[in-house]
Design a protein around this ligand. Structure first.
Ligand SMILES: *[C@@H]1O[C@H](CO)[C@@H](O)[C@H](O)[C@H]1NC(C)=O
Ligand SMILES: *[C@@H]1O[C@H](CO)[C@@H](O)[C@H](O)[C@H]1NC(C)=O
Ligand SMILES: *[C@@H]1O[C@H](CO)[C@@H](O)[C@H](O)[C@H]1NC(C)=O
Ligand SMILES: *[C@@H]1O[C@H](CO)[C@@H](O)[C@H](O)[C@H]1NC(C)=O
Ligand SMILES: *[C@@H]1O[C@H](CO)[C@@H](O)[C@H](O)[C@H]1NC(C)=O
Ligand SMILES: *[C@@H]1O[C@H](CO)[C@@H](O)[C@H](O)[C@H]1NC(C)=O
Ligand SMILES: *[C@@H]1O[C@H](CO)[C@@H](O)[C@H](O)[C@H]1NC(C)=O
Length: 666
C-alpha cells in the first residue's frame, strides 16, 4: 500500500504522466458510455410509460446512431420488501409489464438496459423505503442478470452501519470500497459483462481504486439543475483528468441538457466540457413523454457529431485545465486527440457575450493548419499564435486543432516576411515580460560568408557572431507578455526558423515568505507538497504572507516603468463540496496576489487533492497543483508581493488555498 502511494505521488509530479490505475479490463466501456437516464428529469419516480417513450425517442431522434445506447432506470423502480425468496422486484404499479419485459423492449430497440441499485440497506431517499443491495449482492447480481441487464449504477445511501445507516454519510469511518468490491465480484460471477457505474459521490477518492472494480466512478456529489453546478463539477474534475482512460472514466454525472434550466450557450458549455473530460454522456432531459419533447436547440447540442467524436476518441485522454483568469472570468482546457489533433475549450464564465482569445502557446501549440470552431460553425486555416472569437454568455469556444506546430517554434515561411537581408518575425508570443528570453536562430543552410547576424527586438539590437559552420545560433532578447512581439534579423544567409524559450526564472518557496497573522507553515511528508515539501495554510485577508522579490524591468522596450510577469503558483485545495454541493459549494478556493500595494489579482483554484480526503496522506491536503497567472506592476529593484485572500466578504473566516511556492518567470 505504501509503495503504491509513493508511486502515485511521484506520478502526479509530471503534468502529463497518466495516473492510470490497475483496471477491470473486460472489454466494456473502451470509450465513455453514452445513453439516457431517468433521474435528472423524473427524479426517483420513473415509470414504464416514461421509460418506454424516452427509449423509443432515442431511436426516433437518431440519438442511438450517435452512440447513446444505455437506457438507465434510476432510483424509484423497486419496493421496500423483497419477494418471499429474497429476490428484489419492481414496483408493479409503476412497471406493470415487469422489468424483464421492459428490458426486452429496450433490447428490441437495439438499445442497452441499465438498472440502479444501492450499496446500502435502502436506496436513496425517495419518500418511501426501497430495498438496497447491501448484504444481498450475490442474489441481486443474479436477479439483474436474469433480467438481462447491461449496466448497473450503484449508489451509496444508507450504507454506513456504525452511524446507524443515515441517508448520507459524507465522512464514513470506513471506505465505501469494500461494498463496491462485493458487488463487483458478484457481477463478475455472472455470465455476461455489464457496465458497472460506481456512484459513491467521490468519497475516499475513488479514482485510486474504482478502476479495478468498475468502469466509471462519480467524481462528486449530484449535479443540480443550476448553472453553478458546472463550475463546481469542473473544479472537482481538475485533479482527476489524468485518471481517465479506456475502461475507466471519471463520471461528471448525468447531464442537465434538455431540462430547460440552462440557456443554449450554457448547454453547449456543459456538453462540451463533459465530452472533452471523457465523462460518460448520459442525457438527463425528457426526450419524449406524454407532456414534453426535447427542444430542437437542446437536441442539436446533444447531437453534435464533432463533440461526440471528442468524447469517443480512440485515444481516451481527458482534457485538463491549462489556465484560469478568475478576475476576467474565463479559462482554458485542452487535451490530445487521436491523429495528432488537439481539442481546446475556452469557457466564458461571464454572464455576457464577448470576444475571447485563445493563445495557442497556452495549450502547447504555436500554429494550426486547420481550426474547427465547433459552435461558431466555422473552419479556419493557418491560424498562428492566437485565435479570437465571440463567445456567448456562459458559453464556450470549442476548437479542434489539426496540423499543429509546437509552441515556441516559428518557421520563417509561416511567421516571417523577408526584405533584402532582413527577416522579420511576427506574432511572437511571450507569457512573461523579460529581457531574458532565449532565441535560437536556425539557418536554412551553411554559408561560408556568414560572420554575424544583427537581431533586433524592441529597442534592443544585438550583434551575434556566427561561426562559419554553425547551423544555428542563440542569444537572449527582451519580449513583452502577449502575442504581438516582433524580431528582425539581418543575415546574409536565409533563416529557416527561430525558437523562443521563456526565461528559466526563479522559484520562491513558501519557506522564504514571511508569515502574517495566524497563517501557518506546515511540513508535509516526503514526496508531498511538491516541489517544496511544506506549505502555508490559514491564509485569509488578514493573515497574509509576503516576500520581497527583486526584479529587473529595464530594456524591455515597454513604455511604462512597470511590467507584467508570469508566475506559476503551486497551491493546495482539498475543500470538497459534498453537503454544500446542493447549495453554493464550489470545490474552489481563492488566492490573491498583490504586488507593491496594487489591486489584488484573484486566482480561484480548483481542487488539487489526489488522495483520499478521509484516509490518504495529509487527507488530500498535501497534493499540489500549478496554475499560471500574469501579474502586472513589477518595478525595477525590490518588489513586495503579498499572498492573501482579499476578496471574500467575511474576510476573517474565509481561508484561501494553501500556498506551496511560486515560480517567477523573470
Ligand atoms: C409516469 O410518469 C409521468 C411523468 O412523471 C407522469 O406524468 C405519469 O402520470 C406517470 N404514469 C403513471 C402510470 O404513473
Ligand atoms: C409503487 O409506486 C407508487 C407510486 O410511487 C407508490 O404509491 C406505491 O406505494 C409503490 N408500491 C409499493 C409496493 O411500494
Ligand atoms: C424468486 O421469485 C421470483 C418470483 O417468483 C422468481 O422470478 C425468481 O426467479 C425467484 N428467485 C430465485 C433466486 O429463486
Ligand atoms: C510559458 O511559460 C511556461 C512556464 O510555465 C513555459 O514552460 C513556456 O515555455 C512558456 N511559453 C512561452 C511561449 O513563453
Ligand atoms: C544587410 O544589407 C545591408 C545593405 O542592404 C548591409 O549594409 C548590411 O551589412 C547587411 N547585413 C548583414 C548582417 O548582412
Ligand atoms: C537569464 O537566464 C539564464 C538561464 O536561463 C540565467 O542563468 C540568468 O541568470 C538569467 N539572467 C537574468 C538577468 O535573469
Ligand atoms: C472567490 O472570490 C469570488 C469573488 O469575490 C467570490 O465570488 C467567490 O465566492 C469566492 N470563492 C470562494 C470559494 O470563496
Amino acid at each position: 500500500m505504501l509503495s503504491t502511494l509513493a508511486l502515485l505521488a511521484s506520478l502526479s509530479l509530471g503534468v502529463d504522466s497518466a495516473a492510470l490505475q490497475p483496471r477491470l479490463d473486460d472489454g466494456v466501456a473502451e470509450t465513455p458510455p453514452m445513453g439516457w437516464s431517468s433521474y435528472n428529469h423524473y427524479s426517483c419516480s420513473p415509470n414504464e410509460t416514461t421509460i418506454r417513450s424516452n427509449a423509443k425517442a432515442l431511436v426516433d431522434l437518431g440519438l442511438d446512431e450517435l452512440g447513446y445506447r444505455y437506457v438507465g432506470i434510476d432510483c424509484g423502480w423497486t419496493v421496500a420488501d423483497r419477494l418471499p425468496n429474497g429476490s428484489l422486484t419492481w414496483n408493479e404499479t409503476m412497471f406493470p409489464s415487469g422489468f424483464p419485459a421492459v428490458g426486452q423492449y429496450i433490447h428490441d430497440l437495439g438499445l442497452l438496459f441499465g438498472v440502479y441499485e444501492d450499496a446500502g440497506i435502502k436506496t436513496c431517499s425517495t419518500g418511501a423505503d426501497q430495498a438496497g443491495s447491501l448484504y444481498h449482492e450475490q442474489q441481486d447480481a443474479a436477479t439483474f442478470m436474469s433480467w438481462n441487464i447491461d449496466a448497473l449504477k450503484y449508489d451509496n445511501c444508507y450504507s454506513q452501519e456504525d452511524t446507524g445507516y443515515p441517508n448520507t454519510d459524507y465522512a464514513p469511518s470506513t471506505s465505501p470500497r469494500l461494498r463496491y468490491a462485493n458487488m463487483a465480484d458478484s457481477l463478475a460471477a455472472q455470465s455476461k459483462k455489464v457496465l458497472f457505474q460506481i456512484c459513491e459521490w467521490g468519497i475516499d477518492f475513488p479514482a485510486l481504486w474504482a478502476p479495478s472494480l468498475g468502469h466509471t466512478w462519480r467524481i462528486g456529489n449530484d449535479i443540480i439543475p443550476a448553472w453553478r453546478a458546472i463550475f463546481r463539477t469542473l473544479n472537482q474534475a481538475a485533479p482527476q483528468t489524468s485518471f481517465a482512460g479506456p475502461g475507466q472514466w471519471p463520471d461528471l454525472d448525468m447531464m442537465e441538457v434538455g431540462n430547460n434550466v440552462l440557456t443554449t450557450p450554457e448547454e453547449q458549455t456543459h456538453f462540451s466540457m463533459w465530452a472533452i473530460l471523457k465523462s460518460p454522456l448520459v442525457i438527463g432531459g425528457a426526450l419524449k413523454d406524454e407532456w414534453k419533447s426535447i427542444s430542437d436547440a437542446s437536441l442539436s447540442v446533444l447531437s453534435n457529431k464533432d463533440v461526440i467524436g471528442f468524447n469517443q476518441d480512440s485515444l481516451g485522454h481527458s482534457a485538463s485545465l491549462r489556465r484560469r483568469w478568475s478576475d476576467q472570468g474565463y479559462e482554458v482546457w485542452s487535451g490530445p486527440l487521436s491523429g495528432g489533433r488537439t481539442v481546446a475549450a475556452v469557457v466564458n464564465w461571464a454572464g455576457e457575450a464577448r470576444e475571447l482569445t485563445l493563445n495557442l502557446p497556452d495549450i502547447g501549440l504555436q500554429s494550426a493548419g486547420i481550426v474547427k470552431d465547433i459552435w461558431n460553425k466555422k473552419t479556419l486555416s493557418n491560424v498562428k499564435t492566437t485565435y479570437t472569437a465571440s463567445v456567448g454568455a456562459h458559453g464556450v469556444m470549442l476548437l479542434e486543432l489539426q496540423d499543429t506546430t509546437t509552441a515556441g517554434v516559428y518557421a520563417s515561411e509561416d511567421f516571417a516576411t523577408v526584405s533584402g537581408n532582413k527577416t522579420t518575425f511576427h506574432s511572437l508570443y511571450a507569457n512573461t515580460t523579460s529581457t531574458n528570453h532565449t532565441v535560437t536562430v536556425e539557418f536554412a543552410g551553411l554559408a561560408a560568408t556568414k560572420t554575424a547576424i544583427l537581431l533586433q527586438s524592441f529597442s534592443k539590437a544585438v550583434q551575434v557572431p556566427v561561426a562559419p559552420s554553425a547551423r544555428s545560433v542563440s542569444t537572449t532578447i527582451p519580449l513583452t507578455a502577449g502575442y504581438s512581439n516582433e524580431i528582425t534579423i539581418s543575415s546574409t544567409v536565409s533563416i529557416k526558423s527561430i525558437r523562443i524559450a521563456s526565461p528559466s526564472g526563479t522559484y520562491y518557496a513558501c519557506t522564504s515568505f514571511t508569515l502574517g497573522g495566524s497563517s501557518k507553515l506546515e511540513e508535509c511528508d516526503a514526496g508531498f507538497c511538491t516541489p517544496v515539501g511544506s506549505k502555508i495554510g490559514y491564509i485569509n485577508a488578514e493573515n497574509t504572507v509576503h516576500a520581497t522579490i527583486p526584479a529587473s524591468v529595464t530594456e524591455t522596450g515597454s513604455e511604462t516603468s512597470t511590467t507584467s510577469k508570469y508566475l506559476e503558483i503551486d497551491y493546495i485545495n482539498n475543500d470538497i463540496a459534498l453537503a454544500t454541493s446542493w447549495d453554493w459549494g464550489s470545490s474552489s478556493r481563492n488566492l490573491t496576489i498583490s504586488l507593491n500595494g496594487g489591486d489584488p489579482v484573484r486566482l480561484e483554484v480548483p481542487l488539487s487533492g489526489r488522495h483520499s480526503e478521509l484516509f490518504g496522506p495529509g487527507k488530500g491536503w498535501w497534493d499540489s497543483s500549478k496554475l499560471g497567472i500574469l501579474i502586472d506592476g513589477w518595478k525595477n529593484g525590490p518588489n513586495d508581493l503579498v499572498i492573501g485572500n482579499e476578496v471574500a466578504g467575511d474576510v476573517s473566516q474565509t481561508y484561501g488555498a494553501d500556498f506551496v511556492g511560486l515560480h517567477l518567470y523573470d
